[in-house]
Design a protein around this ligand. Structure first.
Ligand SMILES: *Cc1c(COP(=O)(O)O)cnc(C)c1O
Length: 234
């Protein structure tokens, strides 16, 4: 990817975000674009930053540690979007502004504790990942365990639970994914009501299906390939 193509891709995606938001009677400013920079070099992050992106998503603690020095000084919000192992929780609490893929209370407790040990001011933002398609995906909390997990996390003093995230199955037609996004939105409403807390964030939608996600209420879309090009197979 050249800087021009990253810029052009971003412009195109922003137009599509605005179009999807308009179809749902929402404003484009209600949707945050998280540029998923995993596997791409720090230079790609800089290009997107220069084109105006202020939110980035990485899925591995270690990989992000390696790129951090080269992106030092960029005033962006860094999201961890991949599965977090409990032995990496303390590092993650220091390296990221938001952990968007919590599915386990022990990990949440570790994040909370790390925050206390570092005596960082303010709460660490967390999002619960929900397993909306048990037959297709392995990460995320089971739907029947979601309320219990959310309740326990809201009891941790140094974490701020802001919403829910999901990775639906990859289906050929993005339209087929709509029921999963709708389900996440309904779960969010249900949990928020039962716990009496505001859960403003719905992190859903990737390159392939972000428009459908926005139509169903996504407030954050996580887009990689459509910005940075295809990732090399591992
Ligand atoms: C890689 C990844 C994305 C971005 O996927 P694309 O299809 O490249 O847009 C979004 N969310 C998560 C959790 C990911 O791991």
């Amino acid at each position: 990817m050249t800087p021009t193509s990253v810029r052009q891709n971003l412009r195109r995606i922003q137009e599509r975000i605005a179009g999807a938001a308009a179809r749902a009677g929402r404003g484009a400013e209600e949707v945050t674009l998280i540029a998923v920079s995993k596997t791409h070099p720090a230079s790609a992050i800089r290009e997107a930053y220069e084109a105006g992106i202020r939110h980035f998503g990485e899925n591995r603690v270690q990989e992000w540690e390696g790129k951090r020095a080269e992106t030092d000084g960029l005033a962006a919000t860094w999201h961890l979007i991949g599965h977090l192992q409990s032995n990496k929780a303390a590092r993650a609490a220091r390296l990221f502004h938001s952990i968007d893929s919590i599915d386990d209370f022990a990990v949440a407790q570790r994040l909370d504790r790390a925050r206390a040990e570092d005596s960082v001011a303010g709460k660490l933002r967390v999002v619960i990942e929900v397993r909306v398609a048990p037959e297709e995906t392995k990460s995320g909390v089971e739907i029947n365990e979601l309320l219990g997990l959310a309740e326990k996390i809201t009891g941790l003093p140094r974490l701020e639970l802001v919403g829910l995230m999901c990775i639906p199955p990859f289906l050929e037609k993005a339209e087929q994914v709509r029921p999963y996004f709708r389900r996440l939105r309904e779960l969010r409403e249900d949990i928020a009501k039962k716990l009496g807390v505001a859960l403003p964030v719905l992190s859903m939608g990737m390159s392939h299906d972000f428009e459908v996600a926005i139509e169903e209420g996504a407030t954050e879309v996580r887009v990689g390939t459509a910005i940075f090009g295809t990732r090399e197979a591992k």
